[in-house]
Structure formats: C-alpha cells, structure tokens
Design a protein around this ligand. Sequence first.
Ligand SMILES: [Zn+2]
Length: 464
Amino acid sequence: MQKIRSRVGLCTFILIFFFAGLLVFLNQYRKHAREWFLQPYNRHLYSQDNVLVSGTVRDRNGLILSTVNDGQRIYNGDETVRISTLHVVGDPYGKIGTSALATLYTELISYDRIRGIAAVSENGNTVNLTIDADLNAAAYKALDGRNGTVCVYNYKTGEIMALVSTPAYDPENIPEDLEENEAYSGVYLNRFFSTTATPGSVLKPVILQAALENLTASDIDPSQTGPISECRFNCKGIISFSDGYVKCPKIHGSQTLSETLANSCNCAYAAMAVALGNVRVSEYMQRSGLTSSYRVGAVNTARGTFSVTGVADYRLGYAGVGLYLDQVNPCSLMVYYAAVANGGTAAVPNTVRSVTDAKGREVYKPELTMTGKILSEGSSALIRQMLQNDVIATYGKDRFPCAIAAKSGTVERSGGASDSWFAGFTTDADKPYAFVVFIEHGGSGSRAAGSVAAEVLKALTSGQ
Ligand SMILES: [Zn+2]
C-alpha cells in the first residue's frame, strides 16, 4: 500500500511537472512562434542561395515589381523598372537593409499560428508600395548614369511617389564585379535614407527662417530700421569678419531679402548667421529636423550634423551658407521643404501603402505620422513666397511643367565637378508634392539637379 501511494505521488509529481512545462512552452509558442518559423534555418522560406522565396511586391498601381515563381525570386520584366526600384524593393539576398524585402520579410510571409508552415504559400503576402514604377523609371533615366538620389512625395499623405538611389544594378543580372568595382561603391545603401552630404545653398531657407523670427534690419546694418524683411543687403562679393571672410561668386550689390535668396548671396546669409550667433543658429538647425532622424517604416534616416559651438565668426558664416562642417540627409531636407509648403508641418514619408494576404485582406497598414511644428505659419508663408520668386527670377519657370517653389545648391568638390542639389515643392494645393534631387559631381545645382526635378515632375503631372 505504502509502495502504491508513493508511486501515485511520483506520477502526480511527473504529471504536474509535465503540464507546467507544457504551459511554459505554449506561452512561449504564443509569443514567439512567428519568429521561429521565419528563421533562415526554415529552409523552405529561403532558397539554397539564401534568397527569400515568399512574398510579392507591387507598385501603387498593382504592377508586380518582385514575386516568387517555381521557388525563385523574380523581378519585373522591364530592366529600367528593375534597376530604378532596386533600393525600394530590395535585392534577392536582403543586402539592401532598408528595402521592402529586407524590412518587411515577416509581413511578406503569410503565416498561420495553428497550421504554421502548412499555411505558407509560395507567394505569401503582398507589399503594396506607394511608389509608381513608371515615375521611378523616369527619375532613373533623368539621372542618366550619374550617382545620386531623387525623391518626390505627397506631403499630406506621406506617400513616396518616386524614390531612386544610384549606383544601382539589375537584380536579374547581378554584375559579377559588384563587390570589387569602385563604380558600385556604397551600392547597398539607399542614399535617400542612409547618407548625408554637404548641403550648400539648399540650407539657406533655415537661416532665412531664423532671421525672420529673430533679427531686425539694424542687426545687419545699424543705419537701417524696421523688420528684417525690409532690410537691404549690400553685397561687395566678400564679407569680412574679425577672423576671416566669406566670399560670393559675384558682386550682387544692393538687394532685398527676397533677392538675397534668388541670388543665393553668400555674403547676406553669412551676415545673418553671424548676427544670429552660434546658439540661435544651432537651435534652428535642430528645429528644422535636419539634425535628427525620421522613422520611415522600419528605417531610421541618417542624422545630419551642424557643429558651430565656439567657432570663429567666419566659420559660422560658412556654416550659414551650408558649407563648413554641415551635413544633411536628403530625406530630412525634403521634409523641411515640405513643412515650408504646408504651413510649418508635414507628413513623414512612407514607402508602404499596405500589406495584404492572398485573399486581399489587409494585414498591415502604416499610420500617417506628422512632423512636429518646424516653422510658424508666418515664416513658412514668407519663405514659400521667396522660394517661388527664386524659380521665376533665377531658374526659369518655363523649365517646369507646373508651378513650383525651389532652391538649388552647388557644392564645390575637390577632384571633380561640384555636387548638385535641388529641393522644393509644387505650389498647386491639389498637388501637394515636395521633392529633392542630389547628384554627386553633377555640376550646377539649378542646371543638373533642377533638370532632373523638371523631368520627374513632367512624368508625375502627365500621369495624372
Ligand atoms: Zn552676394
């Protein structure tokens, strides 16, 4: 009897132990099952070459950009579409870490907690992107083999309509020398999200904003009175400070504030930066969002830098014209211009509209996020007007298919042509688009990057 009782006790103990263990397992399963199934060692989701073989990526019009056929990842039939959408869609191996295939791979696989693997269909879920493949192809063609980035987005909805980063390559015909050839250096980075560059004059609107909100005419010239917007700036081609000087490409003479922007007068912007002082200028760089990072889906954009603490006046002057140590990220710059267009705040960009399952049911939809207040209504209205005037007075409005407001930047580079920037927005309220173009060694900002912007806007407006 004693023996039986002790055996019952032992069995009860083992049973309790078994069920406790089962509970722990079920709880872990509930929490982590999806991750376990999506590990690379679950070979049926990945091919022998480590290619993710589940899930389809479509553009905003439903065009298939990448899908799976017979256990192979395949891409769109058009070579230019494949190359121009590479950084947004992703390479077969997930090396472009900011792409849809790399960041949304768990959403691309349709997974069922009960049936698990059995429910994974070959094509899995579909990521519906915000980009338009034709527009992307137009942007890629406009870059014409040069390295850089182009983006256009709707600043009300955050939807990126076109996004190209070069160098790029054809994912159906991967170059054999991709890893060694200098021409492909940095090819896995999406320049728009992950790089920074010296901004030059495209930074001037931030100094303009700080000046409008803090300076009066007498801060620039003690003989003048009234608000800064009525100040006259006299450019002699060079402005001297106690410790150095800042030069202009030419003598601009007497100018209104609006003309200083259209002329992109370095002397005027250096004078305003120095009158503001390094603390104020740094504060506005922070407020502009250019020194912080945006969260675009699962991607954190690169932070810009602006270091002027304790520097000599002429260096602060150079920083005020977007040179010295200034670095900006193209995405953050585009969002700043969008905020100018939109009364002080703008939607944070996004590349994904939704993820749907095989039956077309939505399984994921990103939320619309707005930036904080970057500018006051008053400042954004004034800067908007001045940027519009830039296009009329300097760039030529007939070059563009619609009314725009914009600023160019030309940044001298040693050992080659200047880097070329063009940033701005359309001024028609029904077409709320902001854009940025950056071309490495492109030459003149207005001529090179401005022409690419014109081509993309032409494709955008003709397609609507
Ligand atoms: Zn000047």
